[in-house]
Design a protein around this ligand. Structure first.
Ligand SMILES: NC(=O)c1ccc[n+]([C@@H]2O[C@H](COP(=O)([O-])OP(=O)(O)OC[C@H]3O[C@@H](n4cnc5c(N)ncnc54)[C@H](OP(=O)(O)O)[C@@H]3O)[C@@H](O)[C@H]2O)c1
Length: 309
């Protein structure tokens, strides 16, 4: 039995569908089973018909800019919540699958061959720049300290049907604006919740090994390839027009911006491309190229007649 915490979030919603499609038995909880309250979690666990084999944490405080002013609320979920779930999983003999972020990195990158930056690997030094990233990094540390059988999936630039997210924002703005400025000097990898949920479900479907097995630990799981927000927006425009979500005859100019021209309360990493080699090696799993996934997502919005929120 899998216990999915945060079942109604953007990723949680997708994972519910992925687990059901694979016939994996699961039970879900949302904010009414507050991860910041250890006793509330205990009570929920005690009511389950049998102890969970996995606890999956899709809950989080995810408002990156608001977090700069709401340190306590953000810490409560991303640090205390993660620790509470780790301690409980350990006590119940369950394994913990937790989701973290590229924002744990400082974004300066690490030099690769030919003076380029290489994708971050899991052992690279973390150096978060804002409250959200700091709490997520601390959450990872608490999990590592309190639950031996844990997997942490660091993902990035997430979008999916249960939004809100960058794709929906862009589609909405592209319908009405004549010109849009988008940041072109931050590099990362767009990730469809479907692809991440699919990798999570694959891992959850495999028998969980004993503690001290080399499989446990941190993994990077984002869309394959790299992009800037500007390239991402350009692909949304092209794909949106091809799918009939946007009118190709409507004039729209996309303008590349520097980070300085688009200031945000919380600093974003300039480089957060993640290497998926470890995921490939240890689980034999790969993420699809980000652009192919984006086009599938846009196709699905169109074919299901989804309203853009
Ligand atoms: N979004 C991104 O671009 C992105 C990028 C990298 C990493 N991530 C990570 O990916 C994971 C999933 O993100 P997401 O975008 O799917 O998040 P999300 O849509 O904001 O969902 C967060 C979930 O947390 C639940 N929650 C809030 N307060 C809670 C509480 N006190 N106790 C229990 N649950 C609570 C919410 O419940 P309700 O539904 O009841 O409100 C919601 O289901 C997070 O760990 C996030 O840090 C996200």
């Amino acid at each position: 039995m899998i216990w999915l915490v945060g079942q109604n979030g953007m990723l949680g919603t997708e994972l519910c569908e992925g687990l059901t499609a694979r016939g994996l038995p699961w039970v879900g909880s949302s904010r009414d089973v507050d991860v910041g309250d250890a006793s509330r979690l205990e009570v929920f666990a005690a009511k389950l018909s049998k102890p969970p084999t996995w606890i999956v944490n899709c809950s989080a405080y995810t408002f990156v800019d608001k977090a700069e002013d709401e340190v306590e609320a953000c810490t409560r979920l991303n640090v205390n919540g993660a620790e509470n779930l780790a301690r409980l999983a350990d006590r119940l003999g369950a394994a913990l699958l937790h989701v973290s972020t590229d924002y744990v990195f400082d974004g300066r990158g690490v030099a690769g061959p030919k003076a380029t930056l290489r994708p971050y690997v899991e052992t690279d030094h973390v150096g978060p720049q804002g409250v959200y990233g700091r709490t997520k990094a601390e959450g990872e540390a608490r999990i590592t300290a309190h639950c031996a059988r844990h997997i942490i999936f660091r993902t990035a630039w997430l979008y999916g049907a249960a939004g809100p997210n960058f794709v929906f924002t862009m589609l909405r703005l592209m319908k009405t604006k004549q010109a849009l400025g988008v940041v072109a000097d931050q590099f990362g990898s767009p990730t469809w919740t479907r692809d991440l949920a699919s990798v999570m479900a694959e891992v959850l479907a495999q028998p969980a090994p004993e503690a001290n097995h080399p499989t446990w630990g941190v993994y990077h799981v984002s869309g394959e390839g790299q992009s800037t927000w500007f390239e991402f927006a350009s692909a949304i425009l092209k794909g949106g027009q091809a799918e009939g979500l946007l009118d190709p005859a409507k004039p729209l100019t996309l303008n590349p911006l520097t980070t300085d021209q688009y200031p945000t309360k919380a600093k974003r990493p300039a480089w957060s491309v993640l290497s998926k080699e470890k995921l490939k090696q240890n689980f034999g799993l790969e993420m699809p190229p980000w652009k192919a996934s984006l086009n599938k997502f846009l196709q699905e919005i169109h074919s299901k007649g989804m309203l853009i929120p």
